[in-house]
Design a protein around this ligand. Structure first.
Ligand code: 1OR
Length: 284
């Protein structure tokens, strides 16, 4: 990981004058809604947030447009308001570009070149008409970069401890930060109830939990930090199979099933294999 210190305040130019682009109230509200959902921007205080909102510029692209070209210099990052794009990468030695992922509204791209002062690492094409908000390198460097790198490092450290995510590469894990939400619960609280319809999978950051079934008469599993639960409803497309209760105070991250399928699709196989852990338990 890149050391956060290197990007400390000494990188902040005293005489930095952020660009200001005139926008309507409605536009500002839309940008705000989008960037507050993105982990890179979540650590900004009110003053810095307003600078970023002022510097953002609405940019529209048409289906087929190449917004970012691999190898180019990068001067902006983009937050998507409307429309979808595809991300392709050309790997050395391979003829064909490889489709890495599809971007949807609310997501952002083009941050790597700005974060690490590197050429564009991939190509991004609009597959629909697209509206984005673009943030320039100077504002990003002066206002967002330091806290974004710090946030990234914190998240990396947390997610590195979760075994389920080990088969993902670092960058894929970091992208999870935008869809994972944090939740705290007190000891004794029910997180999941048997029979309910589920729509999230949980990762355990801190604390311990227990799973019960048959109306909470029989304990079927113990969960510890680094473990996950709530995956059966996803795999079986069925109601919750057990009740999960916090044994201690807990900190959890959760992800809705749709985002999970989109960003962590390949992990479904791992989840399926791991399902046998419950069967062993029940036989004892
Ligand atoms: P950028 O400024 O380098 C291209 O411009 C953008 O594509 C990049 O920032 C990211 O926002 C986005 N590797 C590199 N860039 C990626 C990747 C990616 N995915 C999206 N971008 N990988 C795919 C991980 C799902 C790693 C491939 C080895």
């Amino acid at each position: 990981a890149v050391s956060a210190e290197v990007y400390g305040d000494y990188n902040k130019k005293e005489d930095f004058k952020p660009r200001f682009i005139q926008k309507s109230e409605a536009q500002i509200e839309r940008i705000k809604k989008r960037i507050l959902n993105s982990f890179m921007f979540q650590a900004l205080d009110e003053k810095d947030l307003n600078i970023v909102l002022g510097a953002m510029e609405e940019k529209k692209f048409q289906v087929g447009d190449v917004v970012i070209k691999q190898g180019d210099d990068g001067n902006e990052l983009y937050v998507i308001d409307e429309g979808r794009l595809e991300c392709y990468k050309k790997f050395t030695g391979l003829e064909e570009e490889k489709l890495l992922k599809t971007y949807i509204p609310g997501e952002s791209f083009g941050e790597l070149a700005l974060l690490y002062n590197a050429p564009r690492a991939a190509t991004i094409k609009a597959i629909e008409d697209v509206t984005t908000f673009a943030l320039d390198r100077e504002t990003f460097n002066n206002i967002v970069k330091f806290s974004a790198i710090k946030k990234r490092e914190q998240m990396e450290e947390i997610l590195n401890k979760i075994e389920l995510l080990q088969s993902m590469d670092n960058y894929e894990r970091v992208q999870l930060c935008d869809v994972l939400k944090e939740e705290k619960h007190k000891a004794g609280e029910n997180i999941i109830n048997e029979g309910e319809i589920g729509d999230r999978i949980y990762l355990i950051i801190e604390g311990e939990l227990e799973a019960y079934w048959k109306g909470q008469t029989e304990k079927v599993y113990d969960y510890k930090p680094g473990d996950y639960f709530g995956e059966l409803a996803l795999l079986k497309n069925a109601p919750r199979q057990a009740t999960v209760i916090a044994k201690t105070d807990v900190i959890l991250l959760y992800c809705d099933f749709n985002s999970f399928r989109r960003l962590m699709g390949p992990l479904e196989e791992v989840l399926k294999r791991n399902m046998e852990r419950y069967e062993k338990y029940l036989q004892q």
